[in-house]
Design a protein around this ligand. Structure first.
Ligand code: KG4
Ligand code: ZN
Length: 358
């Protein structure tokens, strides 16, 4: 079954063709991230205009790459695609509408079913996508699982009994993990480089040869619940960083790496500890990670070393890197496993779509 996935919830415009939930025939992502960076953050009005500019070219490219022998796009969709899938929320209203209205129009014109998709939950389906360099994942053996979704706007834990059954266990009560990376990156002078900039700076710091110049809290790490809180980290970084104002310029670079290292350690320690605790509590076979922060190298390392520490056997899975951050392949995969098409007339954008599924 070939699904054309469409994603436009924020500043990425993406389309992908996914076969049977696991095989990506094409995946195209256009990002207006750098454009927003010049303004210091995402401008919703600008994001939706960019969506409008790129939505059709991106879909066209995804269809052409998946089916290069069929040159006419409408004919190709009619012939090769079984269903369409589109993100309906959460996200920015203007951006969501561009993807939804485009998907509805194509569904109407080609008489294909249209499956509405929850953007946050879809991140988990990156784990089911076959990586070109690895074997087909044995999806059934992954369950039961604990899923951790860590993105720019979400830090959520779920218990999954199967590919379709998800129960929300808890999430952040303030800033998301990605938000903590983004805000502390700005405070430390990495501009809008976010988690990737922190990761790169942290890798330049060696705890063996250098003294750590700051010790940050690990919020809620020992609390007996599945909630997270990262807003205090930003305040702690700000307070400690301001003490460095008097340092000579030559020391600032080293100090930045030291702070980046500790910020990353603090966020990763909390995510790993709380997810492992949930995995033990629910006695699951695996942990599935998803969302932009799951691209973090240190997070992957720590999960891998910790997976042998808990009493029963648990395997940690990560999506291939390109399917951690926003993309449409996960939208197509989610749609395959849920297969709940709706009449295009009742599909609407839901910017505040809840993650608290049962
Ligand atoms: O899933 P995503 O692309 O968008 C949302 O749905 O929010 O996640 C974006 C987030 C940003 O906060 C970004 O800083 C973070 O993912 N991120 C990373 C890394 N790459 C992206 N955080 C830590 N380490 C990374 N390598
Ligand atoms: Zn996302």
């Amino acid at each position: 079954m070939n699904i054309l996935g469409i994603e436009s919830s924020c500043d990425e415009t993406a389309a992908a063709v996914v076969k049977d939930g696991t095989h990506v025939l094409s995946s195209v992502v256009s990002s207006s991230h750098n454009l927003h960076n010049t303004f210091g953050g995402i401008l919703p009005e600008l994001a939706s205009r960019e969506q409008l500019t790129y939505i059709f070219p991106v879909i066209q490219q995804a269809i052409q790459e998946a089916f290069p022998n069929d040159s006419d796009i409408t004919t190709s969709i009619t012939k090769n695609i079984d269903a369409l899938a589109v993100t309906i929320g959460p996200g920015l209203i203007g951006s969501l509408l561009m993807g939804i209205e485009t998907a509805k129009t194509i569904a109407f014109a080609t008489k294909k079913p249209l499956i509405p998709v929850h953007h946050v939950l879809a991140h988990i389906y990156g784990n089911f996508i076959q990586h070109p360099k690895s074997n087909i994942p044995n999806i059934t053996s992954m369950f039961p699982a604990i899923a951790l979704i860590v993105s720019g706007g979400h830090t959520e834990l779920f218990h999954m009994k199967s590919e379709r059954e998800m129960t929300w266990l808890g999430g952040t009560i303030d800033d998301a993990a990605g938000e903590a990376f983004d805000k502390t990156a700005r405070l430390l002078g990495f501009g809008n480089g976010g988690g990737l900039a922190i990761q790169q700076a942290a890798s330049n710091f060696s705890v063996v040869s250098s003294q750590l110049s700051v010790k940050l809290p690990r919020p809620l790490i020992h609390d007996d619940n599945h909630n997270f809180s990262f807003s205090g980290l930003k305040t702690a970084v700000q307070r400690e960083w301001n003490r460095n104002n008097t340092l000579p310029i030559s020391d600032i670079q080293h100090q930045k790496s030291s702070f980046a290292y500790e910020v990353q350690e603090a966020i990763v320690d909390v995510l790993v500890a709380k997810t492992m605790k949930a995995a033990e509590q629910y006695n699951v076979s695996s942990i599935l990670l998803g969302g932009g922060v799951s691209a973090n190298v240190r997070l992957r390392q720590k999960f891998q070393t910790q997976q042998s520490v808990i009493e029963h056997q648990v395997t940690v899975h990560f999506p291939p890197l390109e399917f951690c951050t926003d993309n449409a392949a996960v939208i197509g995969s989610y749609a395959f496993y849920h297969q709940l098409p709706q009449n295009y007339r009742i599909i609407t954008a839901t910017p505040t779509l809840s993650v608290e599924v049962q």
